[in-house]
Write a new protein. Structure first.
Length: 255
């Protein structure tokens, strides 16, 4: 058998295995997905840095709303001075001082937000990799017979990196957006309840659109996982075949 034949046979075996074995096991129903997500969040909240990082992220997301509020007051005072010529520079200086203090607080909060979530993402991913590797080592031998090497390598590599991205800075951004939305909606009700009602009416439609978009994104992520696993399986088995030929000193015959 030539080297090309070995590679082709390896590729055909990999593709057949992935189509007949990986796809059914990769399709999780909604209950299993929800259970897995809850387990990840439960594991995440066991880290003290994750609990400490929620508050800076929430305040950092809400702080720009107060910055816009102070800036609007400064613009209003300047407009009043241009129209009435009334000296109100003391109030402008006061608001400018508040904006300066807010900028310093934002700098500190941004540092805490980045520090906590980067550390949490790294530690969480390392612990998850160790846990997955321990489970793999305790699995039955039949599991490795029916699971391709690409699936296992993708689980320990690509998927672990995705978890680190999702539970690192991305999780901090989610808390920032949540704080910004809640504080902005509260202030909107305080200053103009009519505009707040319009924004509140839009929220259900936005949730529906986000729900369907997330379904499409999840489907794309699952397909990406399967395709990467197939590619890594083909590459691994092809390279292993080359090493086998080299190990038996059969290059002259194969080529």
């Amino acid at each position: 058998m030539s080297q090309i034949s070995l590679a082709s046979a390896s590729s055909e075996y990999s593709i057949e295995t992935s189509f007949h074995q990986e796809k059914p096991s990769g399709d999780l129903n909604q209950k299993e997905q929800l259970r897995a997500r809850l387990a990840l969040y439960k594991l995440l909240m066991k880290y003290p840095k994750a609990c400490l990082g929620v508050l800076p992220s929430f305040i950092f997301g809400a702080a720009p709303i107060f910055a816009f509020l102070l800036f609007g007051k400064v613009i209003t005072k300047l407009t009043d001075y241009a129209q009435t010529k009334v000296d109100n520079f003391d109030d402008i200086k006061k608001y400018a001082l508040y904006m300066t203090i807010l900028a310093i607080v934002l700098m500190i909060l941004k540092f805490l937000d980045s520090f906590f979530w980067i550390r949490v993402g790294s530690e969480f991913t390392n612990d998850l990799k160790s846990h997955v590797f321990e489970k793999l080592m305790k699995s039955e031998v039949s599991y490795f017979d029916c699971t391709s090497i690409g699936n296992i390598l993708t689980l320990l590599g690509e998927e672990s990196q995705s978890v680190q991205d999702s539970f690192g800075n991305t999780k901090g951004l989610q808390f920032q957006y949540l704080g910004q939305a809640l504080v902005g909606l509260i202030l909107c009700y305080c200053y103009s309840w009519k505009c707040a009602l319009i924004a509140t009416c839009i929220i259900p439609y936005a949730c529906i659109i986000i729900y369907f978009c997330s379904k499409l994104i999840d489907r794309h992520i699952n397909l990406r996982f399967l395709y990467i696993a197939d590619s890594m399986t083909i590459a691994e088995e092809t390279l292993s075949t080359i090493r086998t030929v080299r190990g038996f000193n059969r290059e002259d015959i194969e080529f």
